[in-house]
Design a protein around this ligand. Structure first.
Ligand code: HDE
Length: 712
């Protein structure tokens, strides 16, 4: 008996040992079977110069493990960055949902988040013009809940059936595998121009939302309408929103293109560095609640994922906060192997009949089975629930646990009837008992047939500078298409959104907006569809503007984590620099010294200061603002390096805040800044607080029109 319990203890130790194997500190190198190795640098040969022997099991184990190191990358969202964190609830939401995570304010629910781009491969640039994925895994006490959304509140298509077409159209063209991580090509616009339901998401992709300044400065949306279920079994429709505490901010397209060359890991690095330095990214979670009784109250269908509910019609109620506070230990084990499933749901939350969501419920598990290679992918540490798992599903590749006993079926007596079923009152999941009474039919609901109203609302709601960016994006993307009939069909569609916009884009393309299009949109829904339904003049105007859609209504009250390039050389004024640095760092900005060379520079009081980057190794687009302290010798040093002029001119063109003190002004006089001295974000010998305020505004867009033509 004793012997048996000792063995049990031993086996527990073995399990513990297995878990500890990941930490190699102070440990010897072994094979995968635990054999100690005395030489991992040389293969087994017949003599020092002889041929390598087939017998070399050490070489074979090392090389074959390496040969199989990669798993298939995700079909979409291959490029991603992840982080761990916690979700905390502000106030119990029992009125709407019985979910534990939304009722217990004492909980700190662990989360893992993965942000991604959609179209590019795993190694593609972070700054592609694209939708960003925003996938959150909540490890709750009732099981894992995955909320897998995007940084835009709507999707391209209305039915899962069209997803393979959408993805094939946007991915590199299959004959030449070009272009990488870009929608600006013929096949994408061929598809879009024949599929008007894509227009709403498409115009969002033309906006600045598609080129975020940081993953930490973008909103997240669940997109689909879900249901919340309370203890009484009552349902409310809900849309989930993530609001970034740092506000919603973007870069310009000119910057995006240059950042892609200067640092294609810009977003990944920014997320990592912020968490590493203790500046934890935060988002507040909000609910947009619609009572079941109001399901048909709106001029759009709540089940249509190409429509948003304007916040002015249904406000977002903030319920809690997510803080990302820990970087992954290992990219592959965590960020690459994490498997999100829309079907991971907990009691108190349920699906709606959105046909896109319904298709996703099937697709994600299917893709994980082929990507991770086994139905046991939930046993990978990052995918493990924090609650115990017991069922009769057995075997399969890479079974990591050792199920005990002889019963793998239910019901049973031999296993004591376990694992047993639970009552709903004991926390079991029960699907919402929605009444279904209808004919079997393959069709699109008529309530989904409105393709122009919300893209038009979005465009109307933008500020002038944002509209200008949308126009330039269309001109760029359509300009990359080589088939005129595709460009014209797109112009015809854009004309339905806004005539001015279409006219401006047409001018840039050297084309006219066509009155009619040669190839009508007759296959958009089905071969039997009524083409009349897609004809122009159908845009409704149920809301003139939705200010919440503009980034101009975001938050502009912080400079935390903003990167400030301080341009300085030997002999800089310590007094100027020290005062500015103290002010900026007190507000949690990141101050970087950009000098003519690496190593250190010496200030006018003789102290040495570590250089963060030599001017030759960095670019203006990687920073949010520029500061130049005084000190004649320092300014002479800057003037001797031509790249500083370009550095400053680019920041000017990108509407960033620029400050200089004393002799620092001389440096600005060598640049185009000398023509912009009346600009409110150009601060010469000004109070440091004014510089802080200008950085917090993100950009001075009033400068945009004049600065956009600068030859940099
Ligand atoms: Fe996805 N999507 N998707 N998607 N999606 C995947 O699953 C799919 C859709 C989204 O960081 C894949 O694990 C279909 C909408 C994110 O790991 C795949 C349809 C939204 C991620 C898949 C959609 C998303 C994915 C590829 C139409 C916003 C990355 C690898 C019915 C609400 C998650 C994988 C991560 C990933 C299929 C539509 C967001 C192939 C069939 C709508 C953020 O299963």
């Amino acid at each position: 008996m004793d012997n048996k319990s000792d063995k049990a203890k031993d086996s527990a130790k073995i399990t513990q040992l297995r878990d500890d194997m990941t930490d190699a500190t102070g440990k010897p190198l072994t094979t995968r079977q635990g054999l100690k190795v005395n030489d991992t640098n040389n293969s087994l040969k017949s003599g020092p110069r002889g041929s390598t022997l087939l017998e070399d099991f050490l070489l074979r184990e090392k090389i074959t493990s390496f040969d199989h190191e990669r798993i298939p990358e995700r079909i979409v969202h291959a490029r991603g960055s992840g982080a761990h964190g916690v979700f905390e609830l502000y106030k119990p939401q029992g009125e709407f949902t019985k979910a534990g995570i939304f009722n217990d304010t004492s909980r700190k629910t662990p989360v893992f988040v993965r942000f991604s781009t959609v179209a590019g491969s795993k190694g593609s640039t972070d700054l592609a013009r694209d939708v960003r994925g925003f996938a959150v895994k909540f490890y709750t006490e009732e099981g894992t809940w995955d909320l897998i959304g995007n940084n835009m509140p709507i999707f391209f298509i209305q039915d899962a059936m069209k997803f393979p077409d959408l993805v094939h159209a946007v991915k590199p063209e299959p004959n030449k595998e070009i272009p990488q991580a870009a929608s600006a090509h013929d096949t994408f616009y061929d598809f879009v121009s024949l599929t008007p339901e894509t227009l709403h998401n498409q115009i969002w992709v033309m906006s600045d939302r598609a080129i975020p300044r940081s993953l930490r400065m973008m909103e997240g949306f669940g997109i689909h309408t879900y249901r919340l279920i309370n203890e009484k079994g009552e349902a409310h429709f809900v849309k989930f929103h993530w609001k970034p505490v740092l506000g919603v901010h973007s870069v310009t397209w000119d910057e995006a293109v240059k950042i892609s060359g200067a640092d294609s890991d810009f977003h990944r690095r920014d997320l990592w560095d912020a968490i590493d330095s203790g500046q934890f990214p935060e988002w507040e979670l909000g609910f947009q609640i619609v009572p079941e009784a109001d399901e048909h109250k709106y001029e759009f269908d709540l089940l249509d994922p190409t429509k948003l509910i304007p916040e002015e019609m249904v406000p977002v109620t903030i319920v809690g906060k997510m803080t990302l506070n820990r970087n992954p230990e290992n990219f592959f084990a965590e960020t690459e192997q994490v498997a999100f499933l829309p079907g991971n749901i907990v009691p108190g939350i349920d699906f709606s009949n959105d046909p896109l969501l319904q298709g996703r419920l099937f697709s994600y598990r299917d893709t994980q089975l082929s990507r991770l290679g086994s139905p046991n992918f939930h046993q990978i540490p990052i995918n493990k629930p924090i609650v115990e798992v017991h069922n009769n599903q057995r075997d399969g590749q890479m079974q990591m646990s050792i199920p005990k006993g002889n019963t793998a079926y239910f019901p049973n007596t031999l296993g004591g009837g376990c694992p047993h079923m639970s009552k709903v009152s004991d926390g079991a999941f029960e699907s919402y008992a929605e009444r279904i009474d209808s004919n079997k039919i393959r069709t699109r609901s008529e309530s989904f047939i409105d393709f122009f109203s919300q893209p038009a609302l979005f465009y109307r709601s933008l500020q002038k500078w944002e509209q200008q960016h949308v126009m330039e994006a269309y001109a760029f993307e359509l300009g990359k298409c080589t088939h005129q009939h595709i460009q014209e069909r797109m112009l015809w569609m854009v004309n339905e959104i806004n005539e001015d916009l279409a006219a401006q884009v047409a001018k840039k393309l050297g084309l006219k907006v066509p009155d009619t299009i040669e190839q009508p949109i007759n296959q958009a829904i089905s071969a039997d569809c009524n083409v009349e339904d897609f004809q122009p003049g159908k845009a409704k105007n149920y809301l003139d503007k939705s200010p919440a859609l503009s980034q101009d209504k975001s938050k502009f009250d912080t400079i935390a984590t903003r990167q400030i390039a301080c341009l300085m050389a030997d002999g800089f004024s310590m007094k100027d620099f020290d005062a500015m640095k103290k002010t900026l760092e007190a507000k949690h900005a990141v101050v970087k010294i950009i000098a003519p060379h690496g190593g250190t520079i010496t200030c006018d009081t003789g102290m040495e200061h570590k250089v963060d980057a030599a001017i030759a190794t960095t670019e203006s687009v990687l920073f949010d603002a520029i500061y130049i302290p005084g000190g004649q010798k320092s300014i002479d040093g800057l003037k001797a390096e031509k790249k500083y002029v370009k550095f400053i001119n680019e920041a000017l063109k990108h509407c960033k805040a620029i400050a200089a003190d004393n002799e620092g002004e001389d440096m600005l006089n060598k640049t185009f800044v000398s023509d912009f001295k009346d600009d409110k974000a150009i601060l010469i010998n000004a109070d440091a607080q004014k510089f802080v305020d200008a950085i917090a505004k993100h950009r001075n867009w009033d400068r945009m029109e004049r600065a956009s033509d600068l030859p940099v």
